[in-house]
Design a protein around this ligand. Structure first.
Ligand code: SF4
Length: 318
């Protein structure tokens, strides 16, 4: 128990799914009635999402990181991004700071990670919208920094664009906050409003205005995550629009491209590999650093946007 009265527990990992690529997806025991679980993911050597974001983890060095851990901030999610399986659960509840940090502690213990000696990256990109559970999310960050010894420079929080949350985040001391990723996913308000209904509340320009208030550390970059949906967001002209949008922020930034991962009951199509490559080249030509995230754990529904406590005959169950 620390001075703020929080305790980092070691919640039990109720179930493990192992991918052929080494990724593991966990159902971690939540509080409540004891049956509730949230999802966390362990990706050995990460997915290259950290490449070029100012954490000093370039491609080669990323391979030396032991792993990236992805954790959840809520049970379910209210944001309703149309490409995301978690959205199908709806919002159930916020996780406490101890429950958020506890996922990390349980996964570190499972893999015998020696914090301080081994590099581990942490992403708040699992189930839920961290900025709709802001106080508990930031309390979890402080617990992980002060009690567990993880570096905030190796943490990234991703938001769908919750403007009041970004504005609060901009006020956090830079040495105590994670890096910021904005889940952009579309080139303009029209397409984004279809793919992410939250855009109708906080359109792109409002999000960008809030992002501009974040004071970056030296060499730090803001990441824009961009899910490529076949035929919807993956056209070459979209890449030029994204380039203009990102340049207009005036911030050091980079774009992570994620080829959409299919999930049951979602109608979108995966982008063609050639479309992903064309998009990457076109965005790079706009002068934007651009990286393609490696899909991890697709076979066990551990990849981006696939977390929905899917318990199927997928992967090896431990
Ligand atoms: S992508 Fe993130 S913010 Fe959007 S519905 Fe899924 S979990 Fe929520």
């Amino acid at each position: 128990m620390n001075a703020q009265g929080w305790e980092v527990g070691r919640p039990e990992i109720a179930q493990v799914f192992k991918s052929v690529d080494g990724t593991e997806r966990y159902l971690v025991q939540g509080g409540g009635d004891g049956r509730e679980t949230v999802e966390a993911v362990w990706m050995p050597e990460g997915d290259e999402g950290e490449t070029g974001d100012g954490s000093g983890i370039e491609a080669e060095a990323a391979a030396r990181s032991r792993a990236t851990i992805c954790v959840s901030s809520q049970v379910g999610c209210a944001v309703n991004c149309q490409f995301c399986l978690t959205a199908k659960l709806g919002f159930q509840r916020n996780l406490s700071a101890g429950e958020i940090a506890g996922q990390v502690v349980s996964v570190l213990e499972r893999h015998g990670v020696e914090v301080g000696r081994e590099r581990v990256n942490l992403v708040f990109m699992g189930m839920g919208e961290p900025f709709l559970n802001y106080d508990n999310f930031m309390a979890a960050v402080r617990l992980l920094v002060e009690e567990v010894g993880l570096s905030p420079q190796r943490m990234t929080v991703s938001t769908s664009g919750i403007v009041p949350g970004i504005e609060r985040f901009a006020e956090e001391p830079p040495e105590l906050r994670p890096k910021l990723a904005i889940s952009l996913n579309a080139p303009n308000d029209e397409v984004r409003g279809e793919v992410m209904p939250i855009n109708r509340k906080w359109p792109i320009e409002a999000v960008m205005e809030a992002v501009r208030k974040v004071k970056l550390r030296p060499r730090e970059r803001v990441t824009f995550e961009y899910v490529l949906l076949g035929g919807v967001t993956d056209r070459v002209e979209h890449a030029a629009e994204v380039g203009r949008l990102v340049r207009r922020t005036g911030l050091a930034a980079k774009v992570n491209l994620i080829a959409w991962n299919p999930g049951p009951g979602i109608e979108y199509a995966m982008p063609q590999p050639e479309a992903v490559e064309r998009f990457r080249v076109a965005l790079g030509a706009e002068g934007i650093p651009v990286y393609v995230r490696r899909p991890r754990g697709r076979d066990i529904f551990a990849a981006c946007g696939q977390l929905k406590r899917t318990v199927g005959e997928t992967g090896n169950r431990e």
